[in-house]
Structure formats: structure tokens, C-alpha cells
Design a protein around this ligand. Structure first.
Ligand code: ADE
Length: 230
């Protein structure tokens, strides 16, 4: 998969992309990333990329010109057409189902804006889908883009060391994950549940399913109401 990011702050991505699973996915050739600075496409002598909103009001709005020029340049960097995604709190809320859907794509183009928002013609003109990572406002789309990259890339076949790890993740079946334990068997008087030491795989699977349901009911009942897991 190739992921392009259009941003005013490419340097924000350097550390997340050079650690852990994202680094390994790139080293293994599963993931190719390219960061492009929208400011390089400013036509203004001050390198302006934002301006005051028509109709008045506070804040600055990303101008369409630099974003369109940047997008058109980036789209041509690779023969595979990229799916354009605008990061904005007005978008559809990102979740595991969306991560799975995006992980099936060959190429994504994530557009991260700073300031108060994008000129509306960016969304309509580029035909970009809008995605939000939650009902709060970040100072820009960069962190949201990183969240999406991380959640998507770990779903690519071969990205995780253990092929089964993503399958059992919380949300992958609409439920929270069951509790995990590792050594030691007793820690400060707290014991690992006996069943996990029994070696009875069918019983263990049943216990885990029960625990998943129990903690979903208790901590995230909204997931049960939305889904068909019950
Ligand atoms: N940009 C600012 N806030 C955001 C959010 N919650 N999700 C995605 N992009 C954003």
C-alpha cells in the first residue's frame, strides 16, 4: 500500500513513521509513504496557504489553490490512483470497520489541514471523503492522519509479527478484547485465572468470549446496541 500525506508539517510524521510497526512495514516493502508540503505549492511571495474567510468571522481558511496544485502533483507521483481523504472534525467518525475498508485500498491520499478549516471547494472539487477521528477539535489534521495510518497499516497482511494478533483485537468482532495475562502466575497476590492454565483450548475460547461480552456490556454498551454481536 502507498500512503501520501499532504500537510503543512511533514516533520510531524518523521518519528511515528520511523518506529515500530510502521517502520517495519516500510522496511518490508508492505508500505510506502510520501509526505508533501502544501506550502511548496503556494503562489504567493509570502508562501501564504490560508486567508480570511469571506463573510467575516474569526480564524483563517486553507486556500483552494495550493491544496489543488499539491494534490494534482501528488496524484501523478504514482500510477495507482489514490483515494482522497480530508481530515476534519466534520467527517464520518473513524472506526475499526473504516480501518479495514481503507486497508483494502492500494493507495490513500490523506490531506491534513491546519487552521480553522478548508475552503469548501477543496472537498467538493477533489471529491474527497471526510474523516474525523473523534468529536473534539485538534489544531490540525496531522495527528488524525497518523492515527489512521497506524490503524490501517497494522491490518495489512504481514505487518504484525503474529498473524493472529489483529484478528483478536478489540472491535474486530464488534466487542472489546478479553483480558490478557502473562508471567508470573501470581503477582502481588493476584492470580492468573485457573482456566488459562488448564490447556483446554475450547474452554479457554469460551471463557474469552464470555469475558469479551461481559466487559463490552459493562464498559461500552453502545457497541452492543450498534452491532449484531449479541
Ligand atoms: N482536524 C481537527 N480535528 C480533527 C478531528 N477530530 N479529526 C480529524 N481531523 C481533525
Amino acid at each position: 500500500m502507498r500512503i501520501d500525506v499532504l500537510t503543512l508539517f511533514p516533520q510531524m510524521f518523521e518519528s511515528p513513521l520511523s518506529c515500530s510497526i510502521l517502520k517495519r512495514a516500510q522496511d518490508n516493502g508492505l508500505l510506502e509513504t510520501a509526505l508533501t508540503d502544501i506550502r511548496d505549492f503556494s503562489t504567493d511571495s509570502y508562501n501564504k496557504v490560508d486567508d480570511k474567510p469571506y463573510g467575516g468571522g474569526p480564524g483563517m481558511v486553507m486556500m483552494p489553490g495550493p491544496v489543488f496544485d499539491c494534490f494534482e502533483h501528488v496524484q501523478k507521483l504514482s500510477p495507482e490512483e489514490g483515494r482522497p481523504i480530508l481530515l476534519t472534525p466534520q467527517g464520518q467518525q473513524f472506526d475499526q470497520a473504516k480501518a479495514l475498508e481503507l486497508a483494502a485500498e492500494k493507495r490513500l491520499i490523506l490531506i491534513a489541514g491546519k487552521y480553522e478549516g478548508f475552503d469548501e471547494r477543496i472537498r467538493t472539487g477533489l471529491g474527497a471523503e471526510q474523516i474525523s477521528i473523534g468529536d473534539y477539535v485538534l489544531s490540525g489534521g496531522e495527528l488524525a492522519a497518523m492515527v489512521i495510518i497506524d490503524a490501517v497499516v497494522r491490518l495489512l497482511a504481514g505487518a504484525l509479527g503474529d498473524e493472529d494478533s489483529a484478528k483478536d483485537d478489540s472491535f474486530s468482532e464488534g466487542l472489546l478484547e478479553y483480558p490478557h495475562y502473562t508471567r508470573p502466575e501470581v503477582f502481588r497476590g493476584m492470580k492468573v485465572p485457573e482456566i488459562l492454565l488448564s490447556g483446554d483450548h475450547a474452554k479457554i475460547a469460551e471463557w474469552r468470549r464470555h469475558k469479551s461480552l461481559e466487559r463490552t456490556k459493562k464498559w461500552r454498551p453502545d457497541l452492543l446496541r450498534n452491532g449484531d454481536s449479541t
